[in-house]
Ligand binder design. Structure first.
Ligand SMILES: Cc1cc2nc3c(=O)[nH]c(=O)nc-3n(C[C@H](O)[C@H](O)[C@H](O)COP(=O)(O)OP(=O)(O)OC[C@H]3O[C@@H](n4cnc5c(N)ncnc54)[C@H](O)[C@@H]3O)c2cc1C
Length: 377
C-alpha cells in the first residue's frame, strides 16, 4: 500500500483559478513560442514565469509554503501545458513529482530551509538524475558511487556518469541517485556550481527539443545526503507517471483538434476530408481513445488524492495515454497529408514530442511489467 499520497489542500475555487491562469499562460506565451523554442531552448525566464503561476509548488503542501494542489489539478496542469509546449509540460511534471516532493518529504530541516522556498520561486532550477549510460530501465544498475567525506557529516563525494537528465544543463541543484554500497542506493543533493560537476554536450533529441536533455560526469563532486532509501526516492515516479500520462493526453488532444479542423476545411474529390469514411474512422478512433486515456488519468489522480495505492493505475494511465498519443498524432499527421510532413503545421512537432511519453519515466514495456506484477501478486 502506497501511503505517500497527500490529501488536497487547495480549495476547488483556488484550483479553478490556478488552472485558468495555466490556460491563459498556454494561449498567450506557450503556443505562440513553442516552434521557436524548439530550435533553441526554453527561455531563461520560463521557470520564473511558471513559479509566478504556481506551477512550481503544486506538490508541496500549503504548510510548507506550496500551493497544495490535488493530483487531479497537477495532472490537469500537465495536460494543459502539453497542449502549448510538451517540453515544458515534461519539465514541470518531473520537477513537481520527483524534485519538489523529494526536497519537501525526504530531506532534513536544514536542507529544506536552504533550497525549498527558492526552488518553488524558480530561483533554483531543479533536475532529477537517475539514468546512466549503463542504467536505464534497470535502475538498480546505477554505478555512480557515493563515498562519505571524512570530517563533513552528511556530505559525500560522488563519482560517475549520468545521461538523459531533463534540465540538467540549466539546473542549479540536481537530485542524484547514487550507490552507497554494493547493495544500497540513496539520493543526494548536488549543487552544479562546483568543479566536480562536468557538464557534457547537450543531447539533441527528435522531440521535446526545447528541453535541455543533458549528460554529465561527476568527479569527486560534493553532495549532501538526503536520508532516504532508493525505494522512497523512486516511489515518486508513480505520481510522475500520472504527470507524463497527462502530458501525453494534452499532446493527443491538441493534435486531434488540429486534425479535425483541417479535415473540415480541406476538400478532395469534391468532398471535405471529414466526409470520407476512412478519415471518419481515424477521427472516431482518436476521439474514443483520447476519452479512454482521459478517464484513466483521472482515475489514477483521484485515487492518489484519496490516498490509495496507485502503482498499477499510474502505470496503466501512462501506458495507455502515451500509446494513444503516438497513435493519435500519427493519424493527425496522416489527415494533414503532405502538409503534415512540413514544418509549417504543428502536427509534425506533436508527433515527434509524443514519442518521449512512451520512453521517459519508464518505457511502455516497463509499465506492462509493473501492471502484470500488480495483477499477479
Ligand atoms: C528526453 C528525455 C528526458 C529524460 N529525462 C530524464 C530525467 O530527467 N532523469 C532521468 O533519470 N532519466 C531521464 N530520461 C531517461 C529515461 O527515463 C530512460 O531513457 C528510460 O527509462 C529508458 O532507459 P534507456 O534509454 O536506457 O533504455 P533501455 O533500458 O536500454 O531500454 C531500451 C528498450 O529496451 C526495452 N526494454 C528494456 N527493459 C525491458 C524489460 N525489462 N522488458 C522488456 N523490454 C525492455 C524497451 O523497449 C526499451 O525502450 C530521459 C530520457 C529522455 C529521452
Amino acid at each position: 500500500m502506497i501511503t505517500d499520497t497527500k490529501p488536497p489542500q487547495a480549495t476547488p475555487e483556488e484550483e479553478q483559478l490556478f488552472l485558468g491562469g495555466v490556460r491563459e499562460f498556454v494561449d498567450s506565451y506557450l503556443l505562440p513560442n513553442t516552434r521557436h523554442w524548439e530550435h533553441d531552448r526554453l527561455p531563461d525566464d520560463i521557470f520564473a514565469e511558471c513559479a509566478k503561476r504556481g506551477l512550481l509548488s503544486m506538490t508541496v503542501p500549503k504548510a510548507a509554503g506550496g500551493s497544495g494542489m490535488s493530483c487531479v489539478a497537477y495532472t490537469e496542469a500537465c495536460r494543459l501545458l502539453a497542449q502549448g509546449d510538451p517540453a515544458l509540460s515534461m519539465n514541470v511534471a518531473a520537477i513537481n513529482a520527483l524534485c519538489l516532493r523529494h526536497l519537501n518529504e525526504l530531506t532534513t530541516p536544514d536542507q529544506r530551509e536552504k533550497y525549498l522556498t527558492r526552488a518553488m520561486q524558480g530561483e533554483i532550477e531543479l533536475a532529477w538524475g537517475l539514468t546512466e549510460p549503463e542504467a536505464g530501465s534497470d535502475a538498480r544498475r546505477v554505478r555512480t558511487m557515493a563515498r562519505p567525506i571524512e570530517g563533513s557529516p552528511g556530505y559525500f563525494h560522488l563519482n560517475g556518469d549520468k545521461m538523459f537528465i531533463t534540465n540538467g544543463g540549466r539546473a542549479h541543484l540536481i537530485i542524484i541517485i547514487a550507490r552507497v554500497n554494493e547493495k544500497e542506493l540513496s539520493a543526494f543533493l548536488l549543487e552544479t556550481d562546483q568543479p566536480g560537476f562536468r557538464l557534457g554536450e547537450r543531447i539533441p533529441t527528435i522531440g521535446v527539443r526545447a528541453s535541455w536533455t543533458s549528460q554529465f560526469t561527476l568527479k569527486d563532486a560534493v553532495a549532501w545526503h538526503t536520508p532516504c532509501t532508493f525505494e522512497q526516492a523512486i516511489g515518486f515516479l508513480h505520481q510522475g507517471r500520472l504527470g507524463i500520462a497527462a502530458m501525453a493526453l494534452g499532446i493527443a488532444e491538441k493534435a486531434h483538434e488540429l486534425a479535425v479542423k483541417y479535415s473540415m476545411q480541406r476538400e478532395q474529390f469534391n468532398r471535405r476530408l471529414c466526409d470520407m469514411q476512412s478519415v471518419q474512422n481515424m477521427i472516431a478512433d482518436s476521439e474514443t481513445e483520447i476519452q479512454a486515456a482521459r478517464l484513466l488519468v483521472r482515475n489514477g489522480a483521484e485515487k492518489f488524492d484519496r490516498g490509495e495505492d496507485v502503482v498499477k493505475d499510474a502505470s496503466m494511465a501512462k501506458l495507455y495515454a502515451s500509446e494513444t498519443s503516438n497513435r493519435v498524432t500519427n493519424r493527425a499527421l496522416q489527415i494533414h497529408g503532405g502538409r503534415g510532413m512540413t514544418f509549417e503545421y504543428l502536427v509534425e512537432k506533436l508527433w515527434r514530442d509524443a514519442k518521449l511519453t512512451e520512453i521517459g519515466e519508464g518505457c511502455s514495456e516497463i509499465q506492462r511489467l509493473v501492471i502484470a506484477k500488480q495483477v499477479c501478486k
